[in-house]
Design a protein around this ligand. Structure first.
Ligand code: A3P
Length: 320
């Protein structure tokens, strides 16, 4: 096992200096590997380890997102949905843990733990999250039946969210990243796990080809009709809400528990209580709204982003 890991580490170290490189949004540079821009310090190694060593199970549930598309929200919603008979809403783990502490990040854990044994020790069904584009997972994973839940979001809001997030992630010594620079990077595909549009497309195509294993959700739909979308999610995961549960308001409880208003005001999510994580809990919460781009982007920025979205994702994402 560790021998195999060493081979992957070595391959990664050998490859990184040969890759196209660009400035990052915060400390680490981004490198283009297998068509996507990944952090040179973490993500490439994580991806390679997943490709070389991760053994998926048919019962796995994998939440896949581009960063800033609603990972935190969906981690919470899926966790609450699949574990709904195990916990009371008054003492729920989501009240005292950030969703990142409850849902292992696949390519992060595989790297930090230096062995897949942690992931293998998790009880089934395992619920993991990832930013890896669908096309970069090994074929064996696509046929062995894990269920992927993908959530995407309007790229204009993703850009603003990511730019604001960069403010928090950049160390004080670094000058602020201007919105214009962030915009150029994003449009050129140079964002974590970008190009954003190619990431969306990889899961969109998979959701059409194998709808029973890939569910494609949209942040804006979730905000507009959370109950409908959570019921859809539960059905996809093979855990539909029973008529009794619906009568008792279980779906409403889950939506309320996981709402931005509720999660963002919990003590655990307001303060930096652990430095264990790369991203501190409060940084996952900002506004949680649809359309904040209107407060930031210039008409020229909007036109260019809409144009790219139209070219790459016509009919998949609305441009509002
Ligand atoms: P904004 O910066 O637009 O507010 P991710 O979790 O993928 O990193 O995405 C972060 C974005 O999701 C941020 O968007 C954050 O505020 C928003 N978010 C976090 N928790 C949420 C929730 N429970 N409901 C809706 N949006 C949420």
């Amino acid at each position: 096992e560790s021998q195999g890991y060493q081979t992957t580490y070595k391959r990664c170290n050998d490859i990184i200096p040969t890759l196209p490189r660009d400035t990052g949004w915060w400390l680490s540079n981004l490198c283009q590997y297998q068509g996507f821009w990944l952090s040179s310090s973490h993500a490439i190694l994580g991806l390679m380890l997943v490709q070389d060593h991760f053994m998926s199970k048919p019962t796995d549930i994998i939440l896949a997102t581009s960063p800033k598309c609603g990972t935190t929200w969906l981690r919470a919603l899926i966790f609450a949905t699949i574990n709904r008979t195990s916990y009371d809403f008054a003492t729920h783990p989501l009240l005292t843990n950030n969703p990142q502490a409850l849902v292992p990040f696949l390519e992060g854990h595989i790297r930090v733990n230096d062995s897949t044994s942690f992931l293998e020790s998790l009880p089934s069904p395992r619920f993991l999250s990832t930013h890896i584009p669908y096309s970069l997972f090994p074929d064996s994973m696509k046929t062995s039946g894990p269920k992927f839940v993908y959530v995407c979001r309007n790229p204009k809001d993703v850009l603003v969210s990511k730019w604001k997030f960069a403010e928090k992630m950049r160390p004080k010594e670094m000058p602020p990243l201007s919105l214009q620079d962030a915009f150029e990077l994003f449009c050129n595909g140079v964002s974590h796990y970008g190009p954003f549009w190619d990431h969306v497309l990889s899961y969109w195509k998979a959701s059409l080809e194998t709808p029973e294993t890939v569910l494609f959700l949209i942040y804006e739909d979730m905000k507009r009709e959370p109950l409908v979308q959570v019921k859809r999610l539960a059905e996809f995961l093979g855990k539909p809400f029973s008529p009794e549960e619906e009568r008792e308001g279980v779906v409403q409880e889950i939506v309320r528990l996981c709402s931005f208003k509720n999660l963002s005001t919990l003590e655990v999510n307001k303060s930096i209580i652990s430095t264990e994580y790369f991203v501190q809990n409060p940084y996952f919460f900002r506004k949680g709204e649809v359309g904040d781009w209107e407060n930031h982007l210039t008409p020229e920025m909007v036109a260019r982003l809409d144009q790219i979205t139209k070219e790459k994702l016509e009919g998949i994402l609305c441009d509002k």
